[in-house]
Design a protein around this ligand. Structure first.
Ligand code: OSB
Ligand code: MG
Length: 371
């Protein structure tokens, strides 16, 4: 089925988080992202590009994504007929980098094709589950007591897996009391590249805390030192920032630099590559899970669809909508089931409907191009 891309709209939006989110690379009170809308013969396809206001997670920002989308990626499809999502990836294949921008437009195309074909994203990707196990990612807190309180609160809400952000000086002393208070909890940590190999003793001291995994302890471009660190630990290392494509995943596993992979469609340039990494890991019996980027309900719907694939055996960083924002820009809002799962949307495409009034409220800048 060929679709004509009549119009494309991109918006830079900013939404206040319910509570500030602190990682080893910075604090976010507000979360920026780019929302895309494609129009084709009366059908709209929506996408969310997860680049934020500053180059902390990776080098991209909402503004670099806006530039790259507007000047390079959008012109390859605007005013043209497009047969499928792969043909978009082929058209931009000669450009380098900017995976978050790439993935944002790809998501809008998946939504558009899903709606045109009357198929859910989960069905298009090969999903097999109607609900997926999830957990919550907790930012770095000022004091230990408030962290313990927050952890208990999420457990009471029904979350059975918790991820703690760590950084040098806020690691073992923070993680140990959480483990002591909750011996049965699925607990994991994420360093967002804040450490060096010389910090290995810190990770060795966590090795008896029965953590599910340690996420991205070292630099994003350092597979070699991750291999050295993994060799010294029982606890599996999991790579996030280091894995930008299937080749990176294959090589990291081959070198035993990690035993688990966090798959974020944004970071790997879209859902297509995310599915390829999933398929490869599944064949190798390597567990994967779906990471999160504090998405709105648009990106959350996409993550839920991806996590419905059979190889996503560990709980994803996909929390209920109420964990993130007071008011969201799309419906329905996602809630946590009693078994720490969230239901996968079933409607065509992403299966969400955008609330344009709310979206307008959060829009800093909007640009529209017609064919
Ligand atoms: O490293 O997983 C990460 C949020 C922003 C940037 C990086 C990360 C995160 C999270 C949030 O951990 C997870 C979520 O969306 O709930
Ligand atoms: Mg991470």
């Amino acid at each position: 089925m060929k679709l004509h891309i009549d119009e494309i709209e991109i918006r830079h939006i900013r939404m206040r988080l319910r509570s500030p989110f602190q990682t080893s690379f910075g604090v976010e009170l507000d979360r920026d992202c780019i929302i895309l809308c494609l129009r084709s013969d009366g059908i709209e396809g929506w996408g969310e590009c997860v680049a934020s206001s500053f180059p902390g997670y990776n080098y991209e920002t909402a503004e670099t994504a806006r530039h790259v989308l507007r000047d390079f990626f959008i012109p390859t499809i605007l005013g043209d007929w497009i047969e499928d999502v792969q043909s978009y990836q082929d058209r931009i294949g000669h450009y380098r980098g900017h995976n978050l921008a790439r993935a944002g437009l790809e998501m809008a195309l998946w939504d558009l094709f899903g709606k045109a074909r009357g198929q859910s994203l989960s069905a298009m990707l090969g999903g097999v589950r109607t609900s997926v196990p999830v957990g919550v990612s907790i930012g770095i807190k000022e004091d230990e007591a408030s962290l313990l309180e927050i952890v208990s609160d999420y457990i009471n809400q029904g979350y059975r897996r918790i991820k703690l952000k760590i950084k040098p000086g806020r690691d073992i002393a923070v993680v140990k009391p959480v483990r002591e208070n909750h011996p049965e909890l699925l607990l994991q940590v994420d360093a967002n590249s804040a450490y060096e190999l010389s910090h290995a003793p810190i990770f060795q001291s966590m090795d008896d805390l029965n953590l599910v995994l340690i996420e991205q302890p070292l630099a994003e471009d350092d597979i070699i030192d991750h291999r050295q660190l993994q060799a010294q630990l029982k606890t599996p290392l999991c790579l996030d920032e280091s894995i930008l494509c299937l080749r990176h995943a294959r090589q990291a596993l081959q070198l035993e630099a990690c035993r688990i992979i966090n798959i974020k469609p944004g970071r790997v340039g879209g859902l297509s590559e995310a599915v390829r990494i999933h398929d490869f890991c599944r064949a190798k019996e390597v567990p994967v899970w779906c990471g999160g980027m504090l998405e709105t309900n648009i990106g959350r719907a996409s993550n839920l669809a991806l996590a419905s694939l059979p190889g996503f055996t560990l709980p994803g960083d996909i929390s209920a909508s109420d964990r993130y924002y007071e008011i969201d820009i799309a419906e329905p809002s996602f809630s946590l089931n009693e078994d720490s799962t969230i239901d996968v949307p079933e409607g065509p495409g992403l299966g969400v409907s955008v609330e344009v009034e709310a979206l307008d409220h959060f829009t800093l800048r909007k640009e529209t191009w017609k064919a």
